[in-house]
Design a protein around this ligand. Structure first.
Ligand code: UD1
Ligand code: CA
Length: 474
């Protein structure tokens, strides 16, 4: 008895994600198109895993199934293969086998990424409070075109049918309450009635939406609940819809960040991905892009045209305009830019400076060290209090392999120096400007690697005088 009760109350989530997305006119599967910097499906999975454990979530995949599976496999959800894809009703038929141990299932659309935990819970709770066979999450949209319309029985919660856009008559087209594509079903009702679905419709597919009328006819309870935020259910079926969803998602992210103490000037010009974390009192100027898994500390100032991907920026960092930073780390109080490029695995120490037109890659710059102008530092380990002069270049590549440059604490590298790696500059050493160094420099030594200067007294004047004489003769 006890075990039975447990089964009846267990809830699974099915996410329908097998469709091709014909209306996007894309080579790529619809649910992998990105909004807020993440695939549509990843957003839906993130909301679903806040309601039930990943082990109770079943993503129905089909079109480009392996690509879709790979893109979200880290989430830990289960996958069900729907091959071929014969409609949303068919997606549920295919998922059916996995659902026998559950009492109810919440069905979500993999192409509607604005859905939140609260709304999924609202659907679940309304379904169980009504003890319904099917509950439909609906929304009242100013422009319902394209969506299935919900036909209620009078003004109550009961639903008679869902009519798809293509099958609706003129009167039904005027209904503004749309089917969100999110449902709750009792497993018992699905098991009994899903096989009654037919394909007599313009696409010749099994429409899950037909379950409303089928269950109603069978005297089962079918109810609808309106989603509080009407836009949360928007689906990305076309490019225009994707861009609209992306915009809504980013604006809401900016509002959340501002509520948490971040200043974002002209947020509509900024591109801030949904997984970003930013500390309070950080100021973000217009036209900044913060992407992927980036974390920005508090009290930072990020000026215009910075683009930061998957990086960690400490507290009180200043990014002057035009810094491009990828998969790197910048410690507190560092000052970067304008116009620098940190390529992957750059690690900039506390209070360090990277200036104009400096490129770095796989390098560590110690506390308080500076590389302020026109420099390339790759495969390098640079200590604390080091000064790298303008135009310094680490020659890290010989066409086959990469080599390491080590610059110990307190080294002064004069401008226009080329360091041919592998090479080590010992602690406190000094490199004369315009040197080309190919050998290690001992600690505290001076290294000169350039030709000695020669002086020819009066040479320039003599040249001028000769030229003037030739001209006078002509
Ligand atoms: C569907 C609903 C419509 C509703 C709208 C809300 C149907 C018939 N219509 O229309 O009433 O207003 O959602 O967004 O359900 N999928 C599969 N397997 C398939 C077909 C689709 O997994 O065989 C997946 C798709 O990948 C997608 C989701 O199901 O994530 C919905 O399919 P889609 O073709 O986008 O349905 P809509 O036309 O938007
Ligand atoms: Ca859709």
């Amino acid at each position: 008895m006890k075990a039975q009760k447990k089964t009846a109350s267990r809830i699974a989530i099915v996410i329908m994600a097998a469709g091709k997305g014909t209306r996007l006119k894309s080579r790529h599967p619809k649910v992998l198109h990105e909004v807020g910097g993440k695939p549509l499906l990843a957003h839906v999975i993130a909301a679903a895993t806040q309601v039930v454990p990943a082990s109770d979530i079943f993503a129905v995949i089909g079109h480009e199934a392996e690509r879709v599976r790979n893109a979200v496999k880290d989430s830990g959800v289960n996958f069900v293969l729907q091959q071929p894809q014969r409609g949303t009703g068919h997606a549920l038929m295919v998922a059916g086998e996995s659902l026998s141990g559950y009492g109810h299932v919440l069905v979500l659309s993999g192409d509607a990424p604005l859905i939140t935990r609260q709304t999924i819970e609202q659907l679940r709770d309304f379904h169980s409070a009504n003890n319904a066979a099917m509950t439909i999450l609906t929304s009242i949209l100013p422009d319902p075109a394209g969506y299935g319309r919900v036909m209620r029985v009078g003004k109550g919660d009961d639903v008679q049918a869902i009519v798809e856009q293509k099958s609706a008559n003129a009167k039904q087209h005027k209904i503004t309450e749309i089917n969100s594509g999110f449902y709750a079903f009792s497993i018992a009702a699905l098991q009994k009635y899903l096989q009654k679905l037919g394909t007599d419709n313009p696409h010749g597919e099994f429409y899950l939406t037909d379950m409303a009328a089928i269950l109603r006819t069978a005297k089962q309870k079918v109810v609808a609940v309106v989603c509080e935020n009407p836009f949360e259910v928007l689906g990305g079926n076309t490019r225009a819809e994707l861009v609209d969803i992306d915009h809504r998602m980013r604006m809401s992210k900016c509002r959340q960040l501002m509520a948490a103490g971040v200043t974002i000037f002209n947020p509509e010009t900024c591109v801030i991905d949904s997984d970003l974390e930013i500390g309070a009192d950080t100021v973000i100027e217009p036209h900044v892009q913060l992407r992927g898994k980036t974390r920005v500390g508090s009290d930072c100032h990020i000026e215009s045209y910075c683009v930061v991907h998957d990086s960690e920026i400490g507290n009180e960092v200043i990014l002057h305009p035009g810094c491009v930073i990828e998969s790197s780390r910048v410690a507190r109080k560092a000052i970067l830019g304008p116009y620098c490029h940190l390529r992957p695995a750059s690690d900039i120490g506390e209070g360090a400076r990277i200036g104009n037109f400096v490129e770095t890659k796989k390098m560590k710059l110690g506390k308080g060290s500076k590389a302020n102008h026109l420099t390339y530092l790759g495969d390098s380990d640079i200590g604390e209090g080091v000064n790298i002069g303008a135009g310094t270049i680490t020659c890290n590549y010989d066409g086959t392999a990469k080599y390491q440059t080590v610059i110990e604490d307190g080294v002064f590298v004069g401008s226009d120096t080329t360091l041919v790696a592998p090479i080590r500059l010992g602690k406190g050493s000094y490199v004369a400007a315009a040197s080309c160094l190919t050998q290690d420099v001992p600690a505290d030594a001076l290294a000169l690697g350039r030709a000695r200067q020669a002086i020819k007294q009066g040479w320039a004047k003599q040249k001028r005088d000769e030229r003037a004489a030739t001209k006078a003769k002509a």
